[in-house]
Design a binder for this molecule. Structure first.
Ligand SMILES: [Zn+2]
Length: 225
C-alpha cells in the first residue's frame, strides 16, 4: 500500500476506534475499525486484515512452558489493544480474548484454570479494571475454563525501573508476584494482552511454580516481533 494511504487509513481506524469507545456504539451496529454497518464487532474485511500469526509461529517455547499468541502486535491490532486498555474498552478486551481463543482453537495440553496477570492495585484503582482480567474472561467463555483471580497476587508498590540493570529489574519483577498455595498440583494457563520479552509471564510462572503448580503455560492476544 502507498505509505500516504496507509497513514491516512491508520489515522481513520484510530479515530473510528476512539469514536466507538467514547460513544459506546454497540458492537452489533458498526464495525469498531471502519464504522461500516456490521452484525459483529469487527466486519469481515477488517477481521481478515488483522495481523493473524501464521500457525507455525503461534506457539513459542519459554523457560517456564509454552506461550501461545494469536496475533502479531502490529497495526491495527495494537490500536485495538491500546483502546481496550486505556479507553475503558472492557467489551473490547473480552472481544480480543474471544477472537484469540477461537482462532487458537484450544489451550493445547489439559488446563485446570486460567489465571490473568495481575496489575498493581494502584493502577487498577486508577483505570477501573485490569485489562488482563477482561481478556481472560473472553478466553474463559470461549474455552469453557474456570477463571481464578485468587491464585496469583501482585504487590501494589512497584519500584522505579529506570536506570536499573536487567538483572535488578528481573529480581524486582520476580518479587512482585506471589502464588497461592491453592495452586498446588494445578495445570495453569496465564493470560495477558501482549508478550514482548516474556519476562512478566516468566516472573508469574515462577511464583506459581514455587507455590506448587504442576504446569504453567501462557496465552496472550499478541506477541511483538
Ligand atoms: Zn470494518
Amino acid at each position: 500500500m502507498n505509505p500516504n494511504k496507509l497513514w491516512t487509513s491508520s489515522l481513520e481506524a484510530v479515530r473510528n476506534l476512539y469514536i466507538c469507545t467514547k460513544t459506546g456504539l454497540s458492537s452489533g451496529q458498526r464495525c469498531r475499525l471502519c464504522l461500516a454497518p456490521s452484525a459483529e464487532a469487527l466486519c469481515k474485511a477488517c477481521l481478515s486484515d488483522l495481523p493473524w500469526l501464521p500457525t507455525a509461529e503461534r506457539i513459542k517455547r519459554r523457560a517456564f512452558g509454552q506461550e501461545m499468541a494469536a496475533f502479531s502486535y502490529e497495526f491495527p491490532l495494537n490500536a485495538l489493544i491500546v483502546s481496550a486498555k486505556y479507553q475503558g474498552g472492557t467489551g473490547l478486551c473480552r472481544l480480543l480474548g474471544d477472537l484469540a481463543a477461537r482462532s487458537l482453537g484450544s489451550p493445547g495440553p489439559p488446563v485446570d484454570c486460567l489465571v490473568p496477570v495481575p496489575m498493581p492495585w494502584p493502577r487498577v484503582l486508577r483505570r477501573g479494571y485490569n485489562h488482563a482480567d477482561e481478556i481472560a474472561l473472553g478466553f474463559a467463555n470461549s474455552w469453557k475454563l474456570p477463571l481464578r483471580h485468587d491464585l496469583l497476587k501482585r504487590s501494589g508498590w512497584q519500584p522505579p525501573q529506570r536506570g536499573s540493570s536487567r538483572r535488578e529489574r528481573k529480581n524486582r519483577l520476580g518479587a512482585a508476584f506471589t502464588g497461592d498455595a491453592g495452586v498446588a498440583g494445578c495445570a495453569v494457563m496465564l493470560v495477558d494482552d501482549v508478550s514482548t520479552t516474556g519476562s512478566t509471564l516468566e516472573a508469574c510462572a515462577r511464583a506459581l511454580q514455587k507455590a506448587g503448580a504442576a504446569r504453567v503455560d501462557a496465552v496472550v492476544v499478541a506477541r511483538t516481533a
